[in-house]
Structure formats: C-alpha cells, structure tokens
Design a protein around this ligand. Structure first.
Ligand SMILES: Cc1cc2nc3c(=O)[nH]c(=O)nc-3n(C[C@H](O)[C@H](O)[C@H](O)COP(=O)(O)OP(=O)(O)OC[C@H]3O[C@@H](n4cnc5c(N)ncnc54)[C@H](O)[C@@H]3O)c2cc1C
Length: 461
C-alpha cells in the first residue's frame, strides 16, 4: 500500500501493480537505474515507473492508468530513439522488453512478431527457416520502432522497406481498445502506422511477409576520403544491380584489423555493402569502387545474412546527436561542405553517412504509406557520438551548421533519423498531404494526444 495519498503527481502505482501481469520498476527498486537507461546517454531521465507488460491486456491496463492518472506516457521497444523518446521525467514508461515472441510459419511465409522484439532477434528467428523480412542494419534496434518509422536497411534496394512487407498489426489505442489494422480492417490506421511512428498506439504484434534468404556477399571496403572517391560513390551505388545496398560513411577509420595501422584514426570512406543475390555476382557489383581508388583495406566475403548485423561490432553507449536529410545529388558543393566540416569536427567520432536508396523502395507509391520519401535517392545523415553528455550543445551546433551548409537542395527527413528537432522538422518528415492525413487519423484514434512522446503529429483541430 502507498504510504502517501495518490495525486496526479504521485500516481497510485501500488494499486496499479496489484494484479498487473508483468513487472513494475519504481525509483525505490534496485533495478531502476538500469531500467530507465536508453541507448542515447544524453537522455538521463527519471520516470515515475517503468512497467513491463507480458501481453496486450497489460499494455491496455498501463495505457489506461497513465491516461486516467494524467501522467505522461512513453512507449519503449529497443530504446534506440535518437531523441530519447522511450523515457521521460515523471512518465509511465511502457517497456515492451518482455514481449518478444516471434512465430514463423514457413509454409505461409509469414511471421508474427511481438512489439518488443529487437531487429537482430527477428533476423535470427526467421533465418532459422531460410527466410527474412528487411529489418534495418543494427541488431539492437527495436523491430517496433524501426518498422513504425519505415525500416531502412541492408536489403532496401532489393526488397524495399520493412513496412512494405507488413500484412497487419495489433494496436492498443488511447481508449484501451485492442484493434487489428490491415488493408481490410481500420485501413487508415494501417496506412498511418506504416511510417507515422508511435503516434497511434502501442503495437503489440506485427504480422509480416517473409522472403527467402541465405548467403549474401557483404562486408566493408575502406577507401581514401578524397573528392574523386566521394564524387563516384552515388553514381556507382545508384547504377549497381539492385541486389547491392550500400551504407557509406566518411569517418575516422577505426582500428580494423584489415586496414594497416598507419591509416587508423585518419579520415576514410567506409563503404559497407550487402549483395542480396547470387553471392558469386557480388565481387563484380563492388568492382567499380576499386577502379576509382585502391582500397586502404577490405573485408568482403560470402556470409550468412545475419552476419551482416555483426559488422558494426559491439555497441558502446555514448551520447549522440543526429541530423539527417535527403538530397537529389551529392554535388561538389555538398562534398566540399562535408569535408570542410569534418576537418574541424566537434567530436573525433563525428561521421557523415550516405545511403543510396532507390530500387524496390521506389516501387511503392509515395502516398501508399506514411513514409512519403519514395523517389528520394540519397539520404545523408550526420552522426556525432561523444562521451561527455554535458557537451551536447557544442555537437548540436556543429551538426546544425553542416546540415545548413548542405544548402536548400537538402530537404525532408526520415522520421526514424530525426533527433529532438522541433515541430518544423517533424513536418519535414511528413511532407505535403502526408502530415494532414496523419493528423486526421490521429484525431480519430488519439484525440487527446496521449501518445505524444514520439515525433509527434498532434491531432487535427
Ligand atoms: C545505432 C542505431 C542504428 C539504427 N539503425 C537503423 C536502421 O538500420 N534502419 C532504420 O530505419 N533505422 C535505424 N535506426 C533508427 C531507429 O529505427 C529508430 O531510432 C527507432 O525509433 C528505434 O526504435 P526502438 O524501438 O529501438 O526505440 P525506442 O526508443 O524504444 O522507441 C522509439 C519510439 O518508437 C515508438 N515505438 C517503439 N516500439 C513501439 C511499439 N511496439 N508500439 C508503438 N510504438 C513503438 C515509440 O513512440 C517510442 O518512443 C537506428 C538507430 C540507432 C540509434
């Protein structure tokens, strides 16, 4: 029993915990500090409680409790929101980490995935059947957060986004109702959750279509960070067979065993590749890079697809600032700006990542889902990891400066690569009519904006 009366600021958590199927962690519990951590160390927040339901009924109970008590609600899957949306001061955090069941039906090539599963867990569970669904590039990212924003990863050019493989979702909405959304049931809600993020409720289950996968040809090619190399990257990656997806980063070369030590710490261009097709065709797809410059080092080989998710190595926890946008071309002015900024980077770990999209991503109409950036071929993402969270403002200023230096041709942003950047940038994530359609759907399913701890689209008036 609580020792003090409940109030809106002191919700009656003991009453909530009684009969709750799952775990409740409060500031009085020894596990509180671990339970309130999210991946981006900048966000050091102290929620009222972190609750870990084991099913949709517990999620509905937690949502109803936060709504009725008038306390902020946060939803956490893998905890990788760049803006730290999975935690907040005085909030009730619905942590989905006890909801990770993944069921694969190999005959129908369908998987049902609970809302708290991580991308790497989905990749491994489906690969055990020789099947997969695109699930980004990083194993520790929540499959839920990844999918609700769109889901861009290793298989993008051949298979499109994660949402392009979604058959249905089960959602607990603000009213506490558990709804199924699909092309035939609540179709507007189904449109909205494919790109509109966590605005519409807690997705307790995703149902996805799977496709066959086995060995891919993949790995890393480390090239010198020269203007000719940078100029050649987009033409090479965009004209490569669709089987080839690349993620290239201008960054200080890490201590990679396949790169001579003299290059470690110097600026390099790391091109990570995944060839999602006949592995024997992989080397030819990558060959044009070698014609531009002799690699400083490389590690390319046929590998089981899940090994692509280990390429980044173990993930260290640090602060991070991110700014991202789309470009039509990586022209000389953009390359100059990037090189100039990196020469005086605010953190030695700052990097600029270039993803060349196209292929299957663009074969879905821009208005078919709430991911409205089909046909935007180049995504540039400025990522600034740093060790001292108190220095965040310096890194934000540097990243904002570089984003502005990319000029007016840089426009729009993928919602999952948005940091805490304010309403105008959320609008940029949902260009044109997309924003208005999301706001109208929000009014229907969450009229009081209970789900506000996200890249928020407030309900239309
Ligand atoms: C290291 C790193 C690598 C990344 N790699 C990729 C990548 O390869 N491709 C890509 O597209 N993105 C990538 N991202 C971005 C990532 O997709 C987003 O940050 C995403 O929101 C993280 O989801 P999460 O569940 O881990 O985060 P959380 O912080 O747990 O959740 C973020 C928000 O998503 C919503 N949410 C999460 N799960 C649910 C659910 N089940 N129901 C309702 N709402 C939910 C909530 O609003 C929550 O606040 C990466 C981010 C990082 C930090």
């Amino acid at each position: 029993m609580p020792t003090t009366p409940a109030s809106p600021l002191r919700p009656d958590l003991a009453a909530f915990a009684a009969g709750f199927e799952g775990t409740v962690v409060t500031p009085a519990d020894p596990g509180y500090d671990a339970a309130r951590q999210v991946a981006n160390a900048v966000h050091d927040r102290r929620p009222a409680a972190i609750v870990k339901p084991v099913g949709a009924a517990g999620v509905a109970r937690a949502v109803g409790f936060a709504r009725d008590a008038g306390i902020p609600l946060r939803v956490r899957g893998g905890g990788h929101s760049l803006a730290g949306h999975g935690v907040d001061d005085d909030a009730l955090v619905v942590d989905l980490s006890a909801m990770k069941a993944i069921e694969v039906d190999p005959g129908r090539r369908v998987a049902t995935i609970e809302g708290g599963a991580l991308a790497g867990e989905v990749v491994r569970a489906t690969f055990a059947h020789g099947l997969t669904v695109p699930a980004g590039d990083t194993p520790t990212v929540g499959f839920g957060g990844l999918t609700l924003g769109g889901g861009i990863g290793w298989l993008a050019r051949r298979r499109g986004l994660t949402i392009d493989h979604l058959r249905a979702v089960e959602v607990v909405t603000a009213s506490g109702a558990a709804l199924r959304a699909s092309p035939d049931e609540h179709p507007e809600l189904f449109w909205a959750v494919r790109g509109g993020g966590g605005n519409f409720g807690v997705v307790t289950r995703f149902e996805v279509r799977l496709g066959p996968i086995g060995t891919v040809y993949g790995g890393a090619l480390v090239l010198p960070a020269t203007p000719p190399v940078l100029r050649s990257h987009v033409p090479i990656a965009a004209s490569a067979p669709e089987e080839l997806t690349t993620i290239a980063s201008l960054m200080a070369i890490p201590r990679l065993p396949f790169v001579p030590a003299e290059h470690h710490g110097t600026l390099g261009f790391l091109v990570l590749v995944a060839h999602d097709g006949d592995p024997a065709a992989g080397p030819a797809a990558v060959a044009p890079y070698r014609a531009v410059a002799a690699p400083l080092g490389e590690m390319l080989a046929p590998m089981p697809y899940p090994a692509m998710f280990e390429l980044g190595g173990p993930e260290g926890r640090s602060g991070a600032v991110t700014r991202s946008t789309f470009l039509a071309a990586l022209d000389d002015a953009a390359i100059d700006a990037i090189l100039q900024y990196l020469s005086r980077r605010s953190s030695p770990m700052a990097m600029v990542q270039v993803r060349v999209l196209g292929g299957a991503v663009d074969r879905v109409a821009s208005d078919a889902t709430a991911y409205a950036h089909r046909g935007r071929p180049i995504m540039v993402t400025i990522i600034v990891p740093f060790l001292d969270p108190s220095e965040a403002a310096v890194h934000r200023a540097w990243a904002d400066g570089l984003l502005a230096a990319l000029g007016p041709a840089a426009s729009g942003v993928y919602s999952n690569f948005l940091d805490d950047e304010g309403p105008a940038r959320v609008r940029a994530a949902y260009p044109g009519v997309t924003y208005h359609r999301l706001a109208a759907i929000k009014r229907r399913y969450d009229p009081a904006n209970l789900f506000a701890g996200n890249q928020n689209v407030p309900p239309a008036d």
